[in-house]
Ligand binder design. Structure first.
Ligand SMILES: *Cc1c(COP(=O)(O)O)cnc(C)c1O
Length: 250
């Protein structure tokens, strides 16, 4: 096997072991937790490789990368989610290429998706992105707005609200992440309790390479892992997450 293939294989195996262990420790079934591979900056060959090792769900942050990699992934047994900030001029392509957009945090964005989807009649799953860390550099609605926001998005015929997502605190101390993870679970429960017609609050997308165990303990149904499988990225995280930077580089 090519050294990089065996690296990806080993890393994937290690991540799956971590997920299984965390589930066991939390008294949950590993079947309740899906693994999404965050593939930003990862070239298509390496993604295809991971799919060969059983990866079935990937997430892209930038429309441009989603578009560029799509041909290499055509026909493969993989589902692609969009997990980055949505630029409105890319909505049409994102709607075509992704089966779920996890980063809905503005009603205007949701409405644009709905209009584009109405042309083809396609329905798109969406998660609402919640800012659970209180840092204002991050995208996401405030937790207190979540129920109202879910209600607004639920009125859009071509979008199916199926979960919530958070990026959470970036901290070397995983315990510092726990309050944010817990907050997202509470938000999910509040939305579910509101029993909004056509909102099916099933997915809790949270937890990344460093805090996936905590996220599983706090109820995650989907963890999004990049670094632990593909290694470190050449770009600083702020490039993807910081609103100011994102606007100037867009
Ligand atoms: C990059 C990214 C991840 C994965 O982060 P790692 O620390 O590399 O595991 C998860 N979610 C989102 C939205 C990301 O952009």
């Amino acid at each position: 096997m090519h050294p990089d293939s065996s690296l990806i294989a080993d890393n994937l195996k290690a991540v799956r072991t971590r997920i299984n262990r965390a589930c066991r420790a939390a008294g949950r079934s590993p079947a309740e937790v899906q693994l999404l591979l965050a593939t930003k900056t990862v070239p298509p060959e390496r993604i295809v490789n991971a799919i060969g090792q059983g990866a079935r769900l990937i997430g892209e942050n930038r429309a441009q990368e989603l578009i560029e990699k799509a041909p290499a992934l055509t026909g493969l047994e993989v589902e692609t989610h969009f997990i980055g900030h949505v630029q409105s001029n890319k909505i049409r392509r994102i709607a075509e290429l992704a089966s779920c957009v996890q980063s809905i945090d503005r009603i205007s964005t949701a409405e644009k998706f709905d209009r584009v989807l109405a042309e083809t009649g396609k329905r798109l799953d969406v998660f609402l992105q919640v800012n659970t860390s209180g840092e204002d550099s991050k995208f996401g609605i405030a937790p207190e707005q979540a129920v109202d926001f879910a209600r607004q998005v639920s009125r859009l015929e071509h979008l199916a609200v199926r979960g919530v997502m958070t990026i959470g605190l970036l901290s070397p101390d995983p315990e510092a992440c726990r309050p944010g993870l817990r907050r997202l679970r509470e938000v999910r429960d509040h939305i579910a309790d509101a029993a909004i017609p056509s909102v099916d609050m099933v997915e809790l997308s949270m937890g990344m390479s460093t805090d996936l165990e905590l996220a599983i303990e706090e109820g995650a149904t989907m963890v999004r892992v990049g670094t632990a499988v593909f290694g470190r990225r050449p770009t600083p995280e702020g490039f993807f997450w910081n609103e100011t930077l994102d606007r100037t580089t867009a």
